[in-house]
Design a protein around this ligand. Structure first.
Ligand code: C2G
Length: 131
């Protein structure tokens, strides 16, 4: 069984979050998603609309996702990959090359990201609609 892992904030989960998870699961057998904790998001300078627990609940309910873990730091990926016996690390290509250091313990794949939507843009759209 080929195991794959990815990480993200997954705030205001939208179609491209779903599609990257769908594509990851279509390629391998078991998908683990590391959802960024509220504290780690603060370090990423990301202000979330939903708490970690809410974002975890949403991601856990996506049928492509087999397991969810909490992402506390940039550095935890290596331990997660070893501990969970991961074959492939995948993430959107907005992170291209950023995690190449992991390729000594697993395959590293950057999937094409779609730039016509992001959580920030969704928030802007909602703001514009309200005001
Ligand atoms: N994504 C995408 N297309 C978008 C937006 C996001 O393919 N329009 C992908 C990102 O490339 C990432 C995943 O969806 O693979 C989650 O994106 P975010 O929730 O924005 O996560 P991010 O802030 O990039 O955190 O350690 C890695 C970080 O936790 C990633």
């Amino acid at each position: 069984m080929k195991k794959i892992i990815t990480y993200g904030t997954f705030d205001l989960t939208h179609i491209w979050h779903i599609r990257i998870l769908k594509r990851a699961k279509s390629l391998w057998d078991y998908l683990i998603v590391g959802v960024s904790s509220d504290e780690f998001n603060a370090k990423k300078w990301k202000k979330c609309s939903f708490s970690y627990q809410e974002r975890k609940e949403i991601v856990s309910s996506i049928r492509y996702v087999d397991e969810v873990l909490e992402e506390h730091s940039w550095q935890q990926k290596r331990n997660d990959i070893i501990r969970h016996n991961i074959d492939v690390f995948v993430i959107g290509n907005d992170w291209k090359w950023k995690f190449d250091d992991l390729n000594d313990i697993c395959e590293v794949i950057y999937l094409p990201r779609t730039d016509d939507i992001s959580t920030t843009e969704i928030k802007d759209k909602i703001q514009a609609w309200i005001y």
